[in-house]
Design a protein around this ligand. Structure first.
Ligand code: IMP
Ligand code: MG
Length: 177
């Protein structure tokens, strides 16, 4: 890691309040249904747990882990499923819960893959969105916590070389001269 420090970008109270708002909206939208939340490991874990606690309709959860083929900046958009879901999606109201959408390549691939499993519905919820960075046009976000500028963020599940996932706020990484 280059020499850096982390500054608070969105404080804990603001994040918690926003998650409660999204939870209330989801509870309303899924009234009379069960919501099957899918967490994309590892970044989505903190957000999904906090969100699930704020949802009043029945919730079930499953987890998957993916890695991008072709490391570095040139990702092909093809992702490898490292850990697949435990349960089938057929007939379920599925909500993918993500930490952040950047280029959108990962989600573009993942949503097509999940759609092919015939869920009753498929929606996407992300804590953070960096719309300026998007390179795909087929990722529709249904619930967004916060739009953030093109800076590297950590905390609430997001990491910098596996560090800072446990910060209870969203921090911006500042690289020192
Ligand atoms: P993309 O949308 O396919 O480009 O990839 C999104 C993934 O890149 C996220 O799930 C994160 O794991 C990672 N990522 C993108 N931007 C950031 C950031 O600012 N901080 C930490 N991880 C990030
Ligand atoms: Mg992620």
């Amino acid at each position: 890691m280059d020499k850096h420090h982390v500054e608070v970008m969105i404080d804990e109270q603001t994040v918690d309040k926003r998650i409660a708002e999204i939870g209330a909206k989801i509870s309303e939208d899924y009234k009379g249904k069960n919501v099957h939340m899918i967490c994309v490991l590892k970044g989505g874990v903190f957000f999904m747990c906090e969100l699930a606690k704020r949802v009043s309709v029945p919730v079930s959860m499953d987890f998957m882990s993916v890695s991008s083929y072709g490391s570095g900046t040139k990702s092909s958009g093809v992702v490898k499923i490292v850990k697949d879901l435990d349960e089938p999606l057929a007939g379920k109201d599925v909500l993918v819960v993500e930490d952040i959408i950047d280029s959108g390549r990962t989600l573009s691939y993942l949503l097509k893959n999940l759609q092919s499993r015939k869920p009753a519905s498929l929606k996407l919820c992300t804590l953070l969105d960096k719309p300026e960075r998007r390179v795909v046009d087929d990722v529709r976000v249904d619930y967004t916590g916060f739009e953030v500028p093109d800076v590297f963020v950590v905390g609430y599940g997001l990491d910098y070389d596996q560090n800072y996932r446990n910060l209870p706020y969203i921090g911006a990484v500042k690289f020192d001269e």
